[in-house]
Write a protein that binds this ligand. Structure first.
Ligand SMILES: Cc1cc2nc3c(=O)[nH]c(=O)nc-3n(C[C@H](O)[C@H](O)[C@H](O)COP(=O)(O)OP(=O)(O)OC[C@H]3O[C@@H](n4cnc5c(N)ncnc54)[C@H](O)[C@@H]3O)c2cc1C
Length: 351
């Protein structure tokens, strides 16, 4: 089988990149070893324009959000499943200082809003919110719809291999790569956290971190909003919610832990006035770089190999704009931004 691009991994990175390249008229084969706890399968898919106590606007948000919205809506049309859902993020404010910080920001940012008294009081029976709340206009990408639907689409177009790429079987030359019966002009690694075991790119400083989440049921409580305090509640079905997420940079394995469950439950108990039931606990590793920027480009020496990774905590908002940038670079030789280009690690590679 001969293709322009062999893509390794079908998380959000491999999904959006394969779609973008196909839209650009390229032939693509995706190879993915199914992993139930890949970052993209455990994530809630939240797109949040701001973060932290000062409501700092996310990196390049005003450029990346319109691209994300457009690509996810196109995928929604193509696949016939819901993929993109704009949502308000209802931030329960933990103190008066945070209320003041929020009020300062609302004047400058269009995606911040002071909720009406009626809206706040409608939550009073469910949430402990003595300092009120702040609304941020965000969205969710329904990864549990998108990933399997894109997988089926690839399968039906004979563009998916459900298997693990063994690096020992790969032959790399300046003209392309060969693997079993496949020859490709480019092989792009979208492997998520598995990248740290990839000898072609081990000069890049990744700082993986593990996140844990709960799935809970809150009987009778149903809202379209994301509720956020020290934990976020992201609506799933009628009265079930994704609750997350924790961060750990030092961890022995990818399994869920009692310690993080207690942290998540403490956050939940601070937020809720009503009982809940834990249905499930999940854990996954986020593929982050040390500078918290995407990591992409072609290998400095083996130019038929590429990487599209480092989406960190913001895979859903970043993937579409970054995939467009990556495709323009490889197909039309357009430069990558200095912030995202793997060239920023090149000196380390030479050293
Ligand atoms: C708990 C948690 C919560 C999160 N919440 C959010 C959120 O709300 N919003 C947001 O935007 N981001 C969130 N993130 C971050 C987001 O999940 C990541 O940025 C994103 O999923 C990374 O996608 P990826 O495709 O790079 O990697 P992955 O999703 O890990 O996908 C990599 C794929 O490659 C496959 N693979 C690896 N090696 C091979 C091989 N050799 N052969 C074949 N296949 C291979 C794996 O099996 C996997 O399917 C969260 C992450 C975590 C852990």
């Amino acid at each position: 089988m001969k293709v322009d691009f062999l893509i390794i991994g079908q998380g959000i990175a491999g999904t959006v990149l394969s779609y973008t390249l196909m839209q650009a008229g390229q032939s693509v084969l995706v190879m993915d070893e199914y992993k139930p706890n890949s970052a993209s399968r455990v994530a809630a898919g939240v797109i949040n324009p701001v973060s932290g106590r000062r409501f700092t606007v996310a990196w390049q948000y005003d450029q990346i959000y319109p691209v994300a919205m457009q690509v996810y809506k196109e995928l929604e049309q193509l696949l016939g499943v819901q993929v993109f859902k704009p949502r308000d993020i209802y931030n329960v404010l933990p103190s008066e200082q945070l209320r003041e910080a929020f009020m300062e920001r609302t004047t400058g940012l269009s995606y911040m809003e002071d909720p009406s008294e009626e809206r706040v009081s409608a939550y009073d029976q469910w949430l402990d919110q003595p300092h009120g709340a702040a609304i941020v206009k965000g969205a969710t990408v329904l990864l549990h719809n998108l990933l399997p639907a894109w997988r089926s689409y690839l399968k039906s177009h004979n563009s998916l291999r459900e298997e693990r790429l063994e690096l020992s079987g790969l032959a790399v030359s300046p003209e392309g790569v060969k693997y079993a019966d496949i020859s490709a002009r480019y092989l792009i690694f979208c492997e998520g956290a598995a990248i740290v075991n990839n000898p072609w790119f081990n000069y890049i400083p990744f700082l993986l971190n593990k996140g844990e989440v709960l799935q809970v049921q809150i009987p009778g409580f149903s809202t379209p909003d994301i509720i956020k305090r020290s934990v976020s509640l992201v609506p799933q079905t009628l009265d079930t919610y994704w609750v997350g997420a924790t961060f750990a940079w030092d961890y022995p394995d990818e399994a869920a832990t009692q310690e993080k469950r207690e942290i998540l439950e403490k956050g939940l108990q601070q937020l809720l006035k009503v009982p809940y039931q834990v249905l499930e606990q999940l854990a996954a590793v986020r593929p982050s770089g040390t500078d918290r920027r995407p990591i992409m480009g072609l290998h400095p020496q083996y130019s038929s190999l590429g990487i599209f990774n480092g989406l960190g905590t913001k895979g859903t908002s970043l993937a579409p704009a970054m995939a467009a940038e990556f495709a323009a670079h490889v197909l039309r030789n357009e430069p990558l931004q200095a912030d995202t280009d793997i060239k920023r690690f090149f000196n380390r590679y030479r050293g």
